[in-house]
Design a protein around this ligand. Structure first.
Ligand SMILES: [Zn+2]
Length: 309
């Protein structure tokens, strides 16, 4: 009976084959979609090994003006949780959620953040009604903690078995956010008070300004959709000269032409590239939120701290 052993082996193998998909399913990661790179980083930090994150607007991408792809719709349809910024940052997400037939829970990361007004005294006529609220709340690390708490709670709801892991990851990461918040404040304190001002192309640093006390002036509003008018640019050049604003900064998501023009015509120096609405790719200086905050404040301190030689 040489085949008896083989038969038992085959039955055992058959059992294994039918048992395997179940085991594989149990280890499947929770599919999560994040609308842009900074949220994707937060979800990865809190979700760890339990989640698989798809980020729609990737490194150096501009989420204000994004056209979703068919692959995005597919990821949305497969997701169990979708994380958005809210505060009218990614208006296209609402349409994409509908058109993709997504059934996932949608978590708004800014829930509980005190929103700042968008176009305030910038005198931009004829537009801005869509941008009456400033969406860039992540630029204050204290707000980033609100984002992370919301993401933690949404992950626990979507995957209750992971509660302990999500809570432990969030606690560890929230402590890192506290540390980076302290680092930014310490760096600002080293910059002479009369030099705590700079220019960026679009108004992405309102929350940073309020939290940390560096005044950022921008020719473009809180969205990149509307172009700055020649009048706004001329006004800012006058302001840079009158208030001796030391530096202008390039942004990773906007065309540098405008701030280069302001630097040229006002005599302010170009203080490097800071990351406003998106991370850099992994090999760049701002591959994570924490790296971004450290890079930005280091560029800002370098450009503003030293007076003219
Ligand atoms: Zn922006």
């Amino acid at each position: 009976m040489p085949n008896r052993r083989a038969l038992i082996g085959a039955i055992a193998a058959g059992l294994l084959v039918t048992a395997m998909p179940l085991a594989a399913r149990a280890q499947e990661k929770l599919p999560v979609v994040a609308s842009f790179s900074i949220l994707g980083d937060f979800v990865r930090e809190v979700g760890g090994e339990r989640v698989s994150v798809t980020t729609l607007v990737g490194a150096n991408g501009d989420a204000h003006v994004y056209s979703p792809t068919p692959a995005d719709a597919k990821a949305m349809a497969a997701a169990k949780l979708i994380v958005v910024n809210g505060l009218k940052f990614e208006g296209w997400m609402t349409r994409l959620i509908k058109s993709s037939g997504a059934k996932a829970t949608v978590a708004t990361a800014t829930t509980g953040v005190s929103p700042l007004k968008g176009d305030d005294d910038h005198g931009k006529a004829g537009h801005g009604h869509d941008h009456d609220v400033d969406p860039h709340a992540w630029q204050n690390a204290a707000n980033a903690k609100v984002y992370v708490a919301n993401i933690r709670d949404a992950l626990v709801k979507a995957d209750p078995a992971g509660q302990a892991a999500y809570e432990a990851n969030a606690t560890r990461y929230l402590a890192q956010l506290d540390a980076v918040d302290g680092e930014v404040k310490a760096a600002v304190a080293r910059i002479p008070a009369d030099r705590r001002k700079a220019i960026t192309s679009h108004d992405a640093f309102g929350y940073f300004v309020k939290a940390y006390g560096i005044a950022f002036i921008a020719p473009q509003g809180v969205s990149t959709e509307a172009e700055a008018s020649a009048k706004d640019v001329a006004r800012i050049i006058r302001q840079v000269k009158a208030e001796k604003v030391p530096a202008v900064f390039l942004e990773n998501v906007t065309n540098p032409r405008l701030v280069e023009q302001i630097a040229r015509e006002s005599g302010a120096k170009i203080g490097g590239r800071i990351y406003s609405d998106a991370l850099s790719d992994a090999s760049g200086p701002a591959g994570t939120y924490i790296a971004m905050m450290k890079h930005n404040i280091s560029e800002i301190e370098k450009a503003l701290a030293a007076g003219p030689a």
